[in-house]
Write a protein that binds this ligand. Structure first.
Ligand SMILES: NC(=O)c1ccc[n+]([C@@H]2O[C@H](COP(=O)([O-])OP(=O)(O)OC[C@H]3O[C@@H](n4cnc5c(N)ncnc54)[C@H](OP(=O)(O)O)[C@@H]3O)[C@@H](O)[C@H]2O)c1
Length: 357
C-alpha cells in the first residue's frame, strides 16, 4: 500500500514518516513548502511531492492512502478528503478536532461510493480512549452513558498548541441524547481515580464526544482532563478572554506568538510522561470502570498511525466509509502498541454518584 504522508515535515509528520520507513512501509512525503518537502525527501531517501491541500488530487494517481498530518485540520482535512474521494484513495489523519471528525462522518456515503475508508484520529487522540470506550461498551452493551478521563503531564507540540487556540473559541462540548451540546470548558469537575487515588478532572472537550459516539452508539458522553483544583475556577474567570479568540486577527497573532516562543516536546520521551486513561459506562443499574496506561502522546501517535497503516496494508480488502479506529480495527488495537499495558477492569458495580460541581 503506497502511502502519501501529508504535512510530513511537521514535528509529528516527520516522526511518523521516519517510523513508517523503519517498518518497511512504502511512503512518499508531501507538504505545501517546496524547500522543506524536497529536503525531507532527500533526508529520508523517498519521493517528495509539493502541493497545497486543494491541489493534492494531481499527486495521487499512484497512491493508495493519504495520511494527513497537517494541522490545524480545520484548514486541511476537507480539501485533502476531496482529493482522496476524487481519486478513490484511502484517507487517514491524526486529528483531535471535533468539527473535523463530524465533517468526516458526514462524508460517510461519499466514501462508501468511492469505495475507500475515511479513518480519522489514528493518533493519541483518539486511539486509547476510543479503544477503551469500545472495551467498556463490550463489557456493558446496554450502557447509555460514557465518561472518559485523561491524566498526562506531557508537553504539547507547537502545532498542537496552535490547534488548541484554533478551537478555544468553540468552547466545550458534551454529547447529550446523541447530539453535540455546547458547554463552557471547565464548567464541571468530578473526582476520578486514575489508579493512584482520586484526582480532580475538569470538563474539557476531547474528540471522543464525536468518535466514541460513532464507535459505541452511547448517547451521553462527557470527557475530562486531570487538572489542579484551581484550574476550573481560573478558566471560568477567564471565559471573557476566551471570547477574544473569536476575533480572527487576535487568534492568528496568538498562534504566531506560540509558534515563535514554544518548544516541541523532546523526541525521546521521559518515562514520567506516561498517560493514564480512565473510563466508566453505566446502564442505570450497573457501572463498568476500566483503565489504561500508555506512553506519552506523541510516541503513541507515531506508533498508532504507522500501526494503522500496517493493519490496513495487511487487509485483503480495505473497509469503506467513515470509521473510527476501534471500529476499523478493534478494541484491542491499542493493546498491540508499544508500552501499552492491558485494560485494568474493575468488577461491575452499582452506579456511582459522582461528586461534581
Ligand atoms: N491525534 C493526536 O493525538 C495528535 C498528535 C500529534 C499532533 N496532532 C495534531 O497534528 C497536527 C500537527 O502537529 P505537529 O506537532 O506536527 O505540528 P507542526 O510541527 O506545526 O506541523 C504542522 C504541519 O502541518 C502543515 N500545515 C499546517 N497548516 C497547513 C495548511 N493550511 N496547508 C498545508 N499544510 C499545513 C505545516 O506546514 P507549514 O509549516 O508549511 O505550515 C506542517 O508541515 C496538529 O493539528 C496537532 O494538534 C494530533
Amino acid at each position: 500500500m503506497k502511502t502519501l504522508v501529508y504535512g510530513a515535515y511537521g514535528y509529528t509528520g516527520k516522526r511518523i514518516a521516519q517510523d513508517a520507513l523503519d517498518r518497511g512501509l512504502d511512503i512518499v512525503v508531501a507538504g505545501r513548502n517546496g524547500t522543506k518537502t524536497r529536503g525531507l525527501g532527500i533526508e529520508l531517501g523517498v519521493d517528495a511531492r509539493v502541493a497545497e491541500p486543494a491541489e493534492l488530487a494531481s499527486e495521487l494517481d499512484d497512491i493508495d492512502a493519504v495520511l494527513n498530518c497537517a494541522g490545524p485540520f480545520a484548514h486541511t482535512a476537507e480539501p485533502v478528503v476531496d482529493a482522496c474521494l476524487d481519486t478513490e484513495t484511502a484517507y487517514l489523519d491524526i486529528t483531535g478536532e471535533i468539527p473535523v471528525v463530524e465533517m468526516l462522518a458526514e462524508r460517510d456515503r461519499d466514501a462508501e461510493a468511492a469505495g475507500v475508508p475515511l479513518l480519522p484520529s489514528v493518533g493519541f487522540d483518539v486511539v486509547p480512549t476510543d479503544c477503551l470506550a469500545c472495551h467498556l461498551h463490550d463489557r456493558l452493551p446496554g450502557a447509555d452513558s460514557l465518561t472518559l478521563g485523561v491524566e498526562t503531564r506531557a508537553g504539547l507540540s507547537r502545532g498542537t498548541l496552535e490547534t488548541v487556540l484554533e478551537h478555544a473559541r468553540d468552547g466545550g462540548a458534551v454529547r447529550r441524547d446523541g447530539a453535540l451540546e455546547s458547554v463552557p470548558v471547565g464548567s464541571r469537575t468530578r473526582q476520578i481515580d486514575f489508579g493512584t487515588g482520586s484526582r480532580t478532572g475538569m470538563l474539557v472537550p476531547l474528540p471522543d464526544v464525536s468518535t466514541a459516539y460513532y464507535t459505541t452508539g452511547i448517547p451521553d458522553i462527557e470527557t475530562y482532563v486531570a487538572a489542579p483544583d484551581s484550574a476550573g475556577r481560573m478558566l471560568r474567570l477567564g471565559q471573557p478572554l476566551l471570547a477574544l479568540l473569536a476575533v480572527g486577527p487576535v487568534r492568528r497573532l496568538l498562534q504566531r506568538v506560540v509558534r515563535a516562543v514554544a518548544d516541541d516536546p523532546p523526541v525521546q520521551p521521559r518515562e514520567r510522561d506516561r498517560v493514564s486513561v480512565w473510563g466508566a459506562v453505566t446502564d442505570g443499574d450497573r457501572t463498568a470502570v476500566s483503565r489504561l496506561e500508555t506512553p506519552e502522546p506523541y510516541s503513541l501517535t507515531v506508533d498508532a498511525a504507522t500501526t494503522a497503516l500496517e493493519r490496513l496494508d495487511a487487509m485483503a480488502e480495505l473497509p469503506t466509509g467513515f470509521e473510527t479506529p476501534a471500529v476499523a480495527f478493534d478494541a484491542e488495537f491499542v493493546l498491540g502498541l508499544d508500552r501499552v499495558e492491558g485494560f485494568d477492569d474493575e468488577p461491575l458495580g452499582a452506579p456511582e454518584t459522582p461528586t461534581s460541581e
